[in-house]
Design a protein around this ligand. Structure first.
Ligand SMILES: Nc1ncnc2c1ncn2[C@@H]1O[C@H](COP(=O)(O)OP(=O)(O)OP(=O)(O)O)[C@@H](O)[C@H]1O
Length: 486
């Protein structure tokens, strides 16, 4: 009876309004203010949420009595975190703040263009009103900086790959991650030292270039195209870049992405300080339709127009197109997120669409070449500990013509790593054999070319003499051409 009386006297609307009123009143008289930092902000992952999570998980700042401990698959360390709905106190420049981790079940899924995680997570920061300015002006920046530093210091970088068929994990993420532990560094990478120094300086300039990019109004991103035969170290170079800068890697498998909009959503879910890799770009996107369409037009300017003017074009609705990809690396979407490096690799640069090679598309084209003498010396030092070898002259003479990849050389050195002398002997012999084989092949090729040329010349001479015979003159032929024909 009382309940129904209460319901009649205080209908839900009135209860809600009075609750709101008391909340406001409480807020007005309270000495605290509250900031909510939710995991997902609209459609994007909130980077501040991730930063707070890392910051609070650093053992130095943990002082709570109840912690959640996690250890990822293959991870080397335990991560501490606040348990659900638990709090901890942190201090900064003499002020005290309180963090609370709030996890609630998401109320039945509203209509959304993408499935949301089942749990709604967020942090609530409670600070005294008088300290509000310090918190907003510098504490949150401090948290972000500290989190970045912690991430960089930790060896646990992540390697992400897009889930098969665009499926989402339990937290609504389209990327699956594993700890990234590739040991390749610029010290172990066998490439020309001057090229290596140039790339390292470029990467460093990029990583420290926030103010430059802001000043010049450019999106803070950089593109590298790595090209060269298989086994010349393209993947090793990417790993070395990630280890050098402390970035995560997103290995984008384009064959698993069906449309441009799916690609856009995937790329929007990448974090800053990351390298987005598309390996074997020539095999990943089928450009034949595009080429066919454009070639049909016969106007090279039309290609450029099509690429630039078709940002939302899904290539017929259910396929991914080069324009969709370039729009992310180059167009308006490129500034969605910052401090990102795009790396495309290919074994066949000649197969790539000219639009991808055009000036300004990729900032740096890096040719990963066959093993040079300078690169070989790095491998000898890394694998055998040799600064110099006896047969240096022989090796130097053969290496250019041998066209051996660093992978081929590494294989010989690994095989004989217990017998260093034998390793060098076998390598020298292999280089000589390869150089000789290549020399023979090129002679054969030249011979064939010459024979083909002779055949062609003979054919043309015959045609010429026939026409001469028929028409009875040789106008239009100057002496030189006649000489060539002869
Ligand atoms: N430049 C290099 N410096 C050091 N090691 C190298 C280099 N190139 C190749 N290697 C060795 O060869 C192996 C294969 O190299 P990697 O996978 O990086 O070549 P790739 O060019 O990416 O080949 P693919 O085009 O087939 O993917 C590596 O594990 C590495 O040990």
């Amino acid at each position: 009876f009382c309940q129904s009386l209460l319901h009649t006297v205080f209908p839900p609307e009135l209860r809600f309004a009075s609750l709101k009123f008391f909340h406001r009143l409480f807020g007005y008289f309270s000495t605290y203010c509250y900031y909510d930092i939710t995991e997902i902000d609209g459609v994007n992952t909130n980077e501040l949420y991730n930063a707070v999570q890392i910051y609070l998980s650093s053992s130095a700042s943990i002082s709570g009595t109840r912690l959640s401990l996690t250890r990822g698959l293959n991870s080397s360390s335990i991560t501490y975190g606040l348990s659900n709905n638990d709090r901890l106190i942190d201090s900064y420049k003499g002020i005290t703040v309180e963090w609370e981790h709030i996890v609630t079940q998401r109320q039945g899924q509203n209509f959304s263009w993408r499935p949301m995680p089942e749990e709604k997570r967020g942090f609530t920061l409670r600070v005294r009103k008088k300290n509000k300015h310090l918190v907003l002006d510098s504490y949150l920046d401090f948290v972000m900086e500290k989190a970045n530093e912690l991430r960089r210091r930790s060896q646990d970088r992540l390697l992400y790959t897009n889930s098969k068929g665009g499926s989402l994990d339990s937290r609504g993420h389209p990327w699956e991650s594993v700890p990234f532990k590739h040991p390749s560094t610029f010290d172990t990478l066998a490439i020309d030292p001057s090229k290596k120094a140039e790339i390292m300086a470029d990467l460093l300039d990029f990583a420290n270039g926030e103010s430059f990019y802001q000043k010049t109004g450019r999106a803070w991103k950089r593109g590298y195209l790595l090209y060269g035969p298989p086994g010349t170290g393209k993947s090793s170079m990417i790993a070395a870049m990630a280890n050098y800068l402390g970035y995560d890697i997103y290995d984008l498998e384009l064959t698993e992405v069906n449309t441009n909009s799916e690609l856009r959503k995937l790329l929007m879910k990448t974090s800053s300080k990351s390298i987005i890799v598309i390996e074997d770009i020539d095999c990943s996107i089928n450009l034949t339709n595009r080429n066919k369409n454009n070639n049909g037009g016969g106007d090279s300017r039309k290609n450029t127009y099509d690429l630039a003017a078709a940002p939302g074009d899904d290539g017929g609705g259910n396929s991914i197109t080069l324009s969709g990809l370039l729009n992310f690396t180059d167009g308006l979407w490129s500034c969605c997120g910052s401090e990102r490096i795009f790396v495309f690799t290919t074994n066949h640069i000649e197969k790539l669409d000219p639009a991808l090679l055009r000036c300004g598309r990729m900032d740096m084209h890096i040719h990963m070449s066959y093993c040079s003498f300078a690169a070989l010396k790095i491998l000898l030092k890394n694998y055998l500990g040799y600064e110099e070898i006896e047969s240096e002259e022989e090796v130097a003479a053969a290496i250019g013509a041998a066209e051996m990849t660093p992978a081929d050389v590494s294989e010989i050195l690994i095989k004989n790593r217990r017998d260093k002398r034998n390793a060098v002997a076998e390598l020298t012999a292999a280089l000589k054999v390869r150089a000789e084989r290549n020399r023979m092949k090129s002679m054969e090729r030249n011979g064939n070319d010459e024979a083909e040329d002779d055949e062609e010349h003979e054919k043309r001479a015959l045609e010429f003499s026939e026409s001469d015979h028929l028409e009875g003159n040789c106008e239009g032929f100057d002496g030189n051409e006649g000489e060539k024909l002869h």
